[in-house]
Design a protein around this ligand. Structure first.
Ligand SMILES: Nc1ncnc2c1ncn2[C@@H]1O[C@H](COP(=O)(O)OP(=O)(O)O)[C@@H](O)[C@H]1O
Ligand SMILES: [Mg+2]
Length: 606
């Protein structure tokens, strides 16, 4: 989580956001043109009052009004009565101006949405692409809810800022500019009276903005927590009920939502209080304006129509100023979110400096004095591991839970780098290979089975194997002892699995995961407690097929059943992050160490 003192400057943020807008500069320009037309039409509609009012007087109603001048230029009145002339010209002008304003409004809004939607799409895909490539450490140290909320909530906040806010700034900013220019044109002295309130107005706007950002950031963080708690609770349905934890979970959720409510209310308070303040300031300015305007000296240079048009323009300033103060909340929310998203986008991907390409490894793995502590901790979970795993052999790792077996697999998969020491594959340091090439050498069944809410086919023929034909698929499923139950599913291979494979037993999920690894046909097969959820019978069956698929492959199995371990070419016994013994089953039993005691305990617990 970031602290509020280390924020990049607003300008840096704006510039970076504008970079996203630049990709749609055509639409952006059209939108600006649209809003320009819109604001000029607005001013001319105020100006129309001059034409109307001065047509009632005796003098020819040319005055200082733009519309009346334009009308006289386009359509000279000749000797028409001013009233008759105005009866035609004023309604026509009103229609023309309304159409102008409507088209400007449409152009401005629609094309700004093209820009905004484009920005959102690009940001969202960028953040997703970054999230899918960050180092495992990043994922391990953030909650999923937090990350998901970035993709959904934060991105929408930026979209609000880039569409609503930009639209308002352009539309109302240009309207204010046009109105003020018009007022200056009519009577600059009177206009200056108006400017007297500018500092007070600016102070309100700035103060409001600061608060908006602070509350927005908190709202955003709490949305992450709300998302996380919701996700977690849906996954933990069984546990919540059976451990009577629903009340506790409700309380946690309520607390997160409550924090969100309070912060949102604070934001709403600032928002609600800022508008009346701006309105009062504006009313003060108008009051001063009336006082000065009715001064005979000032009145002298003014037709009645022009005076009313001036006041109409001044009154019209109220609405755009109000919206501009209000839009700050959207901008600040967007900026707070953009900041967070940019930090996300700047997260470096996994380090991949390897140059060596690798088609198919032989599969010899060497650990050379490997030490490892998870980043951010100083506890060595692996200490001084040295081991040579010959190509094509099956090696079993045994040890109590927490011994560091899965951590070793993490290093082998290059999810983390060793703190010191070296791992070599086919005599080359693993960092030397291109990451994608390196990982292609491994068929991994991890301790935590992950299935996607997709068909059985898509789950097994996954990634680079997605073109596998039915014959290959069936073979892989048979090897994993999964074919019989897949065949029995309503749609067989095309049966759709629920979220995370719900609807399947733990053992069935594991068998699908094994089939996926088998289908990949990689030279190194890694099974991390891949059969833990299987009954003895299926385990024995998989054991038999494992014999056949492990030939010609280096196979690393973390297992807690004697049957698996017995057949290994080598058994590595780990304890508290160290290798305490290596050898064959008989050798290790004879040695009488940790292995012998695990064996005596029946080998049932990992
Ligand atoms: N992501 C992580 N961050 C910090 N420590 C971890 C992480 N994963 C595992 N550990 C620690 O590493 C040690 C070894 O765990 P692990 O390799 O999972 O053991 P095993 O697979 O042998 O049961 C444990 O003490 C565990 O707490
Ligand atoms: Mg483990």
């Amino acid at each position: 989580m970031k602290t509020e003192s280390t924020q990049p400057s607003d300008w840096a943020l704006y510039r970076r956001l504008l970079g996203y807008v630049a990709a749609h500069s055509g639409a952006f320009l059209l939108s600006i043109v649209g809003f320009l037309v819109y604001s000029v039409a607005n001013v001319l509609l105020a100006d129309l009052t001059q034409f109307l009012l001065d047509s009632l007087g005796e003098a020819p109603p040319m005055g200082m009004g733009f519309v009346s001048q334009a009308a006289h230029w386009f359509w000279p009145p000749g000797d028409k009565d001013p009233l008759d002339y105005a009866r035609i010209a004023v309604p026509v002008a009103a229609i023309v101006l309304a159409v102008m304003r409507a088209s400007g409004y449409f152009l401005g809004n629609y094309f700004m949405n093209i820009v905004a939607r484009g920005v959102v799409h690009r940001l969202r895909t960028q953040v997703f692409d970054v999230l899918i490539r960050v180092p495992k450490q990043f994922i391990d140290s953030h909650t999923h809810g937090e990350l998901v909320s970035k993709l959904t909530f934060n991105v929408e906040q930026v979209s609000g800022a880039s569409s609503e806010a930009l639209k308002t700034i352009l539309r109302d900013g240009l309207t204010i500019l046009a109105l003020i220019s018009y007022m200056l044109y009519l009577n600059w002295k009177l206009t200056l009276v108006f400017f007297a309130i500018t500092p007070a107005m600016a102070a309100v706007v700035l103060a409001v903005g600061r608060h908006f950002r602070r509350y927005s950031r908190r709202i955003q963080d709490s949305m992450g927590e709300v998302t996380q708690l919701s996700n977690e609770s849906m996954h933990a349905f069984d546990e919540l009920r059976m451990f009577a934890a629903t009340a506790q979970q409700s309380a946690r959720f309520r607390a997160a939502s409550e924090f969100n409510r309070v912060q949102s209310l604070k934001l709403a308070f600032v928002q609600a209080v800022s508008t009346p303040i701006a309105q009062v300031l504006l009313a003060l300015a108008l009051a001063a304006l009336f006082w000065f305007a009715l001064d005979p000296a000032i009145l002298a240079g003014f037709s009645a129509g022009s005076l009313v048009a001036f006041i109409a323009a001044a009154t019209q300033l109220g609405k755009p100023i109000r919206t501009l103060t209000n839009v700050q909340s959207i901008i600040q929310r967007g900026l707070a979110a953009a900041e967070d998203l940019f930090a996300q986008i700047d997260t470096p991907p996994e380090v991949d400096n390897g140059r060596l390409t690798l088609e198919r490894a032989r599969g010899e793995i060497v650990l050379d004095h490997v030490d490892f502590a998870y980043p951010g901790t100083d506890q060595l979970v692996l200490q001084d591991l040295s081991l040579r795993i010959p190509a094509g052999k099956m090696v079993a790792f045994v040890g109590r839970s927490g011994a560091g077996k899965s951590s070793l697999i993490n290093l082998l998969c290059r999810f983390y780098d060793p703190t010191s020491g070296q791992i070599r594959l086919d005599e080359q340091p693993v960092e030397g290979y291109r990451l994608a090439d390196y990982r292609r050498q491994f068929g991994l069944v991890s301790q935590r089975v992950v299935l996607f809410s997709d068909t059985v086919r898509a789950n097994v023929a996954f990634g680079e194997a997605d073109h596998a034909d039915d014959v290959a698929l069936r073979q892989a499923l048979e090897t994993a002892q999964a074919w019989s139950f897949v065949e029995a599913l309503p749609n067989g291979l095309d049966a759709t699995l629920g979220d995370g494979g719900s609807g399947l037993s733990g053992g069935q999920k594991q068998r699908l995961a094994i089939a996926r690894a088998v289908l990949k046909d990689a030279p190194i097969l890694v099974l991390d407690e891949a059969t833990s959820a299987l009954d003895n019978e299926s385990e024995a069956a998989i054991q038999a097929s494992l014999e056949s698929i492990s030939t010609g492959r280096t196979t690393l199995v973390i297992a807690h059943r004697l049957s698996t371990v017995e057949h290994a070419d080598m058994i590595v016994v780990m304890d508290e992050g160290r290798i305490v013994a290596t050898g064959s089953h008989t050798e290790l039993v004879a040695e009488g160490g940790l292995y012998a005691s695990l064996y005596q305990q029946g080998f049932t617990n990992p």
